[in-house]
Design a protein around this ligand. Structure first.
Ligand code: ZN
Length: 345
């Protein structure tokens, strides 16, 4: 089948590739409709690696996808041919200790699309387990369906934050992950989210999506803004979504005593965390790695209208233009958030 293949660092080709596409009894075959371009896909294109994961052989990219079920394994129970679906891209070993403990995202043997050496989904069809394939509500488009994967990260972060109704949250970073974390935090009960970035156009876009206060940290300090808003007390929760070492170093500044911090963004290397600043506030610190158990909830929130991801989908490309799309994504304009690739019908 035809696929967008990362041959090696900085070299993509749109070509035929032979893949093992045997359908197991509990698998479905899906014709891909829409695939989002993720920062991680672009990172593999640019550097050939992310942390310990290195591209050593040609790999199909893409992991944020929606499509239509075209074939069922013999034991599939909950899906039918013709169902519009989105897919959770990480499939764990169900017998692993992590999976048995409910933390299947942390299974060391998880097979995650477009994480070397596992092929991704920017191709004509995929075979995927039924239990990691989710039916789209009728009012949810393929474009929105392909946004469930990034939204799942925000959902997992909001879950880890154990939000209470009325919480005031700070989200550091207004890229895709900051944006979906903001939407998930509002859906999870936050009264207001203060979002920071240095890129004004990203802040302007987000500020329209709810009770969201944008703070351009090139011009003012977020801790000052939060102090002003709370009489010096601080925010209940801080989500670090920028991965910036400077933001991480100052992550406890806007936090209230006894508040929670969730580390979402992945810095490029070791990053300083101010332990004493955490201790004097008895901050509760959580981390997340991808997500678990949130795809159905993310779909329910989009289906019910509590979350609208459509404004975040800023750019579209045709499959035939995939290479150009990735070149564009290497130097994406500040006004863009999420680009999606649509397969030919
Ligand atoms: Zn992604």
């Amino acid at each position: 089948m035809k696929a967008l293949v990362l041959e090696k660092v900085s070299l993509l080709s749109l070509r035929q590739i032979e893949l093992d596409e045997r359908l197991g009894p509990r698998d479905v075959r899906i014709k891909i409709h829409t695939v989002g371009i993720c920062g991680s896909d672009v990172e593999y294109y640019r550097h050939g690696r992310i942390g310990p994961f290195v591209v050593e052989q040609p790999m199909v990219v893409g992991h944020e996808a929606s499509g239509t079920v075209i074939e069922l394994g013999s034991q599939v129970k909950h899906l039918a041919v013709g169902d519009r679906v989105c897919m959770e891209p990480g499939v764990p070993d169900p017998h692993s200790m992590a999976a048995r403990l409910g933390m299947y995202n942390l299974d060391p043997s998880v097979r995650f699309w477009a994480t070397p050496p596992i092929h991704g989904c920017l191709r004509e069809t995929v075979v995927h387990p039924e239990e990691f394939t989710f039916k789209l509500p009728n009012n949810v488009s393929f474009a929105e369906g392909a946004m469930i994967e990034p939204l799942a990260i925000g959902m997992h972060a909001a879950t880890k934050a154990a939000l209470a109704p009325g919480d005031l949250a700070v989200v550091l970073g207004a890229g895709t992950i900051g944006a979906v974390t903001t939407l998930a935090a509002l859906a999870g009960g936050c009264s207001r989210v203060i979002v920071t970035d240095v890129k004004q156009s990203k802040l302007d876009l987000l500020a329209k999506l709810g009770p969201i206060t944008p703070v351009n940290v090139g011009k003012e300090r977020v801790a000052d803004v939060v102090a002003d808003m709370t009489g010096g007390w601080g925010a209940d929760v801080v989500f670090e979504c920028s991965g910036s070492p400077a933001a991480i170093a100052a992550v406890f500044e806007p936090l209230r005593p006894g508040g929670r911090v969730v580390l979402v963004g992945m810095p490029g290397g070791p990053s300083p965390l101010d332990i004493v600043a955490a201790q004097v506030k008895e901050a509760c610190i959580s981390t997340i790695f991808r997500y678990a158990h949130v795809f159905d909830r993310a779909l329910a929130l989009i289906g019910s209208g509590k979350i609208d991801v459509k404004p975040l989908i800023t750019d579209k490309f045709a499959f035939e233009d995939s290479i150009r799309a990735f070149e564009w994504a290497l130097d994406m304009p500040d006004s863009s958030v999420k680009a999606e690739i649509e397969m030919p019908v």
